[in-house]
Design a protein around this ligand. Structure first.
Ligand SMILES: Nc1ncnc2c1ncn2[C@@H]1O[C@H](COP(=O)(O)OP(=O)(O)OP(=O)(O)O)[C@@H](O)[C@H]1O
Length: 255
């Protein structure tokens, strides 16, 4: 069943077409990696799907209903975004930033506190609860923001969609895998659908069930990671020819 469909969606800026997607369908329960070289239109696509940017033309449906027809609070409970970076203008603690995720929820304070603690534990930032957010490292801030989005999506009545823009960009190796595994657990146990912009093709190979390759604003390739990410495809879009190796666990890597 599809959770998200895009039809003839385009975005123009300064007289230039930076995104032109004829058709894209995201199946409920999938993890899809949005890939492509710098400037391909990945962040623009995510911003359009999140509702942050209004497309020049086209229609986006979420759970079968046009995105624009969703009530704002209801949409916030079902569609979450982890942006590339998030500034917080007030001297909030990490825990207070995570609690911002509860704004669209109708819950008692005690329940919210429990949710916040659980989300901070799942993203390995529980020990930072009392720290001022502004003093956290880039990777810690990214995980605090993920905890905030998990709280935001915790009262969804229908399967939620989580959009992530380079969620691992500031993470060390261990935390990259912790984060991807946390996301996979959300998919398996809490019915999440995930659409993540990734630059690391190997993370996409390992955790993405599907990949969308964007180039010059067009969706060029859609399919399973192992079918799409051949050395030829990588060379075509990234101008680098990798070697493809298969590990003993039957994962493959592009070197
Ligand atoms: N507000 C804007 N005004 C003008 N051009 C823009 C605007 N936003 C994005 N662009 C242009 O649109 C193109 C796509 O940008 P986008 O940020 O979506 O690419 P991306 O694939 O996410 O890139 P990266 O991998 O470098 O993050 C780029 O050429 C960018 O310069």
């Amino acid at each position: 069943m599809s959770i998200l469909t895009l039809n003839d969606v385009s975005l123009h800026r300064n007289g230039r077409c930076i995104l032109d997607v004829r058709e894209a369908v995201l199946t409920q329960g999938d993890t899809v990696a949005v890939l492509g070289p710098n400037g391909a239109g990945k962040s623009s696509l995510l911003k359009i799907i999140s509702g942050e940017t209004v497309p020049t033309a086209g229609q986006i449906c979420f759970h079968g209903k046009p995105l624009t027809a969703w009530n704002r609070l209801e949409r916030a409970r079902h569609l979450g975004v982890l942006p590339q970076s998030s500034q917080v203008g007030f001297p909030f603690t990490a825990e207070e930033v995570v609690a911002i995720g509860a704004i669209p929820l109708s819950m008692r304070k005690r329940q919210i506190a429990q949710l916040v603690r659980r989300a901070m534990h799942d993203t390995d930032v529980g020990h930072l609860a009392e720290q001022p957010y502004t003093r956290l490292s880039g990777g810690e801030k990214q995980r605090v923001q993920l905890a905030r989005v998990l709280v935001q999506l915790s009262q969804a009545e229908r399967p939620p969609l989580l959009l992530l823009d380079e969620p691992t960009s500031a993470q060390d190796l261990g935390h990259q895998h912790l984060l991807m595994q946390t996301l996979n657990d959300l998919r398996v146990h809490r019915d999440f659908t995930l659409l993540a912009v990734l630059h690391d093709l190997n993370l996409a190979c390992r955790y993405g069930q599907g990949v969308w390759v964007l180039n010059h604003g067009h969706l060029q390739q859609v399919g399973a990671a192992d079918a799409v990410l051949t050395p030829e495809t990588v060379e075509q879009y990234w101008h680098y020819r990798p070697e493809k190796v298969t590990t003993r666990q039957h994962h493959f890597a592009l070197l």
